[in-house]
Ligand binder design. Structure first.
Ligand code: PLP
Length: 392
């Protein structure tokens, strides 16, 4: 079986390893401490203490008060809950603004609302993946219920100017949801200074397990729960709390806070060395995204005239894990909606690979990838039907 001891894992925007400290913190709640926090007896009731600690740890990382933190089952649930709440609490407003490059958890809710008769403005992006702030402002209408925008793009790492977005949106009195799943732990986020209403996080992008998320809801924002039932999470999210995972999420946030500088210096330096090495060794490749405003761990690079999926299969032979910017839909390779929105040329869009690093990666792993990639790209270009177009 392949595990971290024999793979080079450069796919941390897809999911991350659970930190050993997180696993250790969770174990008692899988063992002797199995009580239900809602129980009247001490054995169950004592679990509430663990939930409080986790809520404080999450709040500490993003500048939120513990009462503003709602635990959910995943980032997708957090995104859906924000959209649900913003629309059902303002039923007279039937317009929403978002972007074309959001995660599917947001795109799909937008399409669902369109089916229900809502008007959705899908903001486009430029060739670096950036939105036009003037277009955003022009798009706001009296019946706009919500603006929803990601903090950082999972495919390219491009960071939106969320502080400027917030200024514009709040000046018009409109609610703002930010999908910060990729940004938390990599960018410094202080919700005391950033006037947004909702923010989504996901555990498994931040060294907590898969299946735990957070929705931040600013105090004073009218809220209606997406998941209805019991009174857990102060009536804002029904369902018996996933105590072990909530403990893990809290611990992961504490660690993220302690490691954020390392993420922004050492991890960024490894990413930069990987990028520079690939560009130097391989002709006809180009970086996708906004290098001046980009997550410190991410590089998305297109190798002209090769197919990303073929590249990934070759890389897999060497135990190198990454993602491609194209997905095989109904037999034909479609470039991702993000690269398409950026207008990345056809022969480049198909050959895109996303490398996403984390603090567990090493310089030796970067060396190994730099040793292997030029050979793989060269060999694939030898057999590529598009190779004739390559500039010599
Ligand atoms: C992964 C991801 C999500 C979804 O999170 P899940 O916990 O997997 O549901 C949402 N938005 C972005 C930007 C992501 O990268």
């Amino acid at each position: 079986m392949a595990d971290r001891t024999n793979v080079i894992y450069f796919d941390n925007n897809a999911t991350t390893a659970v930190a050993p400290e997180v696993l250790e913190a969770m174990l008692p709640a899988f063992g002797p401490l199995y009580g239900n926090p809602s129980s009247m007896h001490t054995f169950g009731g004592q679990m509430g203490r663990w939930l409080n600690t986790a809520r404080e740890q999450v709040g500490q990382l993003i500048g939120a008060d513990p009462e503003e933190v709602i635990f959910t089952s995943c980032g997708s649930e957090s995104d859906n809950s924000a959209w649900y709440s913003a629309t059902v609490t303002q039923p007279e407003k039937r317009h929403v603004i978002t972007t074309k490059v959001e995660h599917s958890a947001v795109l799909a809710y937008g399409h669902y609302l369109e089916d229900k008769g809502y008007d959705v403005t899908w903001l486009g992006v430029d060739d670096k993946g950036q939105i036009d702030l003037e277009e955003l402002e022009r798009s706001i209408r009296p019946d706009t219920a919500l603006v929803s925008m990601m903090y950082a793009n999972n495919e390219t790492g491009t960071i939106f100017p969320i502080d400027k977005v917030a200024q514009i949106v709040k000046a018009h009195g409109v609610q703002l949801h930010v999908d910060a799943v990729q940004a938390v732990g990599k960018e410094i986020i202080d919700l005391k200074k950033l006037p947004i209403d909702y923010l989504a996080m996901s555990g498994h992008k931040l060294h907590a397990p898969k299946g735990i998320g957070v929705l931040y809801v600013r105090r004073g924002t009218r809220f209606r729960p997406f998941l209805k039932g019991g009174h857990q999470e102060r009536g804002r999210r029904a369902g018996t709390e996933n105590v072990p995972y909530i403990i893990g999420m809290g611990k992961a946030c504490e660690l993220a806070g302690a490691n954020i500088q390392e993420e922004r210096t050492q991890v960024a330096a490894m990413r930069d060395r990987l990028q520079a090495g690939l560009l130097a060794a391989i002709p006809n490749c180009k970086i996708n995204g906004d290098e001046a405003h980009r997550l410190p761990n991410t590089v998305n690079i297109s190798f002209e005239a090769v197919e990303g999926e073929a590249l990934l299969l070759q890389m897999d032979q060497y135990g190198i894990c990454a993602s491609s910017g194209s997905a095989c839909t109904s037999g034909s390779l479609e470039p991702s909606h993000v690269l398409r929105s950026m207008g990345v040329p056809f022969t480049y869009a198909h050959g895109s690979v996303r490398f996403s690093l984390c603090r567990y990666n090493t310089e030796a792993e970067v060396d190994r990838v730099l040793e292997v990639m030029p050979k793989i790209v060269h060999n694939l270009r030898e057999i590529s039907p598009f190779a004739a177009f390559l500039k010599k």
